[in-house]
Design a protein around this ligand. Structure first.
Ligand code: UDP
Length: 389
């Protein structure tokens, strides 16, 4: 086996760097993947009983406003025109989410226009504004945007289930992922381009890795030493792109970073439509799951059975050893540790030609498009100069 570049992990970050390196530099790339399939958590497959494309690791909706990323991903798959809209169930009522004029009017039993709603939210957010400082925690940020009543109804308990971390400890950036709109626009994302890969996520990722110059080795774990290309065999000898968890690479020498993992409870239900939409969030503390996904709605262009549907209830919990990490938590303790790991990572990059990236490798809550953008940058700024010299 010849390797000019070793990529550890075949999620979108690893697959993008591998694809660019093989195509542009014509080098041999070995991709190590501990699981029995590539793609990381970006993975979907047809359910054998119904043929419905199921997102194995929870709903993934591709969206971007980045022209470079959109052009790049469209080389490997076309996208359907799906636009994500989410509903949130609260005390027996269903509201549009993210919070928009429809949500606000339904919640307050009013029929306000945008200006009235703006004044009301401003009034209700006054307690946060009075503090006079830029809010840094999720709770302060959310209250400053929507006021306390909407925060307590739609954000507080869902966030508690999703993160099981005091919202005063969580970074404000988690909540600014969601827009607040004073219009009836209920789209979940505001990006120019959006959709689901027509052939599913597996076909997309496989198309990226489909090159005679790329060898994907499944079931091989670089750190655990499963397979010939271990850390000891590679580091210092061949450039490495590592996309596993940042703390694990350094044997958690400064302590572990906290991650959330998800448990998915999937079932086939004997009806042609279970909930009428792809995702319904359960924002109350009384329901233990965070949301229900019904995957048939992601592909309105496909014909699916009219007497069966696949749903998944999603539960969130702390990731322990052996769990799949999904979300970096980013408490203040995590952020302190992160700075120290980032210093080590910079040194490793300079001395040993190992670059860390992706959601796990950079400990950042990256969406798919941001992951591809970061990988294209990593290739251009780090990997290509290494391999050309
Ligand atoms: N959130 C919430 N209520 C909702 C939806 C989201 O409180 O109905 C908050 C919650 O803290 C969540 C964050 O907004 O973690 C980001 O939500 P997003 O849908 O972007 O999360 P993802 O789909 O990546 O899990």
């Amino acid at each position: 086996m010849r390797a000019d570049l070793v990529v550890v992990g075949s999620g979108l970050f690893g697959a993008t760097v591998a694809q660019r390196a093989a195509e542009e530099l014509g080098i041999d790339v070995v991709v190590l993947e501990a699981r029995d399939h590539p793609g990381g958590n970006v993975w979907s497959q047809a359910d054998p009983a119904t043929g419905i494309e199921v997102h194995t690791y929870g709903s993934h909706i591709f969206h971007t406003s980045d022209e470079r990323v959109w052009a790049y991903v469209n080389r490997f798959t076309a996208f359907n025109g799906y636009q994500h809209r989410v509903w949130a169930q609260h005390r027996g009522e269903v509201y549009p989410m993210p919070i928009n004029l429809g949500t606000i009017n339904q919640f307050f039993r009013t029929a306000m226009g945008p200006d009235q709603a703006r004044s009301l939210l401003r009034e209700q957010a006054a307690e946060a504004a009075r503090a006079g400082e830029e809010p840094t925690s999720l709770e302060d940020k959310a209250v400053s945007l929507i006021g306390r009543p909407l925060y307590e109804a739609f954000i507080r308990d869902y966030t508690a289930k999703q993160w099981q971390t005091d919202p005063a400890e969580l970074p404000a950036s988690i909540i600014t992922r969601l827009p607040v709109r004073l219009t009836y626009d209920s789209r979940y994302f505001s990006d120019r381009y959006e959709g689901i890969p027509l052939g599913g996520y597996a076909a997309w990722v496989e198309a990226m890795l489909d090159s005679p110059r790329i060898e994907v080795r499944l079931g091989e774990d670089f750190l655990a030493g499963l397979g010939p290309l271990t850390r000891e065999a590679c580091v210092g000898r061949v450039p490495v792109v590592y996309t596993g968890a940042l703390d694990r690479y350094f044997d958690s020498c400064f302590g572990e970073l906290s991650w959330r993992t998800l448990d998915m409870e999937t079932e086939v239900v004997p009806t042609g439509d279970f909930q009428g939409t792809a995702v319904i969030n359960q924002v109350d503390a009384s329901v233990p799951w965070t949301r229900v996904h019904e995957f048939r709605h992601y592909h309105p262009e496909r014909s699916y059975p009219d007497d069966a549907t696949v749903i998944t209830r999603e539960y969130s919990r702390d990731a322990g050893a052996g769990d799949e990490p999904y979300y970096p938590v980013g408490t203040s303790r995590d952020r302190q540790r992160l700075v120290r790991y980032q210093e080590l990572a910079a040194r490793e990059q300079e001395r040993s030609r190992v670059v860390l990236g992706g959601r796990l490798g950079s400990y950042r809550y990256l969406d798919m498009d941001k992951t591809v953008a970061a990988a294209l940058d990593c290739f251009e700024q780090v990997v290509r100069p290494w391999l050309r010299s």
